[in-house]
Write a protein that binds this ligand. Structure first.
Ligand SMILES: C[S@@+](CC[C@H](N)C(=O)[O-])C[C@H]1O[C@@H](n2cnc3c(N)ncnc32)[C@H](O)[C@@H]1O
Length: 201
């Protein structure tokens, strides 16, 4: 998933850190990374050494240093476990841990290896995730069934939570079996995606 799309999704959830945020199909952890950057107020491009605007004739290096110092001083830590996720795939979990450890306070984000069906439940939190789409996930993975089971998981094990699901292919929305509060088109990288919000009572 593109970082810009993940950052946009986190913004659209309106998550403000008052309740935990969890991604149960976290892949390489892009949504978790963007949630961490959002919560900790880490500026986008924090690791970039050079920017094109530094070549502009009226570029003021002293002012730029001041802007960077102010942004850096706003960076804050995150309570351990406030941001967490899991994935059933070992390689994805390894990639997610590596990616998140490269960000400030990434050591405070928990990433586990688990099938969402084996999670004890995700009550009273913000769930944000991007299930598989459009690619073969293996012979054992029936996509319609996966979405149906994920819908059941949300309905029965996530009471009091709000889920934001990014569907890379809107054809799967109907298989979740839940009525969304809203759906927003998010087209990115050639995808005709949808972000759907579900309130789980
Ligand atoms: C589209 S990818 C997520 C990409 C992620 N947003 C990222 O930026 O890397 C979907 C993920 O769902 C995971 N997945 C598929 N079925 C799963 C299941 N039953 N339980 C947990 N994870 C599952 C896959 O291993 C894959 O990493």
């Amino acid at each position: 998933m593109q970082e810009t799309l993940a950052a946009g999704i986190i913004r659209l959830t309106g998550w403000n850190g008052r309740v935990p945020l969890y991604d149960p199909m976290c892949g390489s952890g892009t949504l978790l990374s963007e949630a961490l950057m959002h919560y900790c107020r880490i500026p986008a491009g924090v690791f970039r050494k050079r920017f094109g605007f530094e070549q502009m004739p009226d570029f003021d290096p002293a002012l730029w240093e001041q802007v960077k110092a102010e942004a850096d001083s706003r960076i804050r830590s995150v309570p351990e476990g406030l941001i967490a996720g899991s994935d059933r795939d070992k390689t994805a979990v390894h990639a997610a841990r590596t990616n998140i450890m490269g960000i400030h306070h990434g050591n405070l984000v928990d990433i586990a290896r688990s099938d969402f069906r084996d999670l004890p439940g995700l009550a009273d939190q913000v769930i944000v995730t991007n299930p598989p789409y459009g690619i073969r996930m293996g012979r054992d993975q029936d996509m319609d069934l996966l979405f149906r089971e994920f819908g059941n998981f949300l309905k029965h094990k996530c009471k009091g939570s709000t889920a934001y699901i990014f569907f890379g292919d809107p054809v799967y929305i109907k298989h979740i079996g839940l009525k969304p509060t809203w759906k927003k088109p998010l087209k990115a990288g050639g995808l005709d995606g949808r972000l759907a919000k579900y309130e789980l009572f």
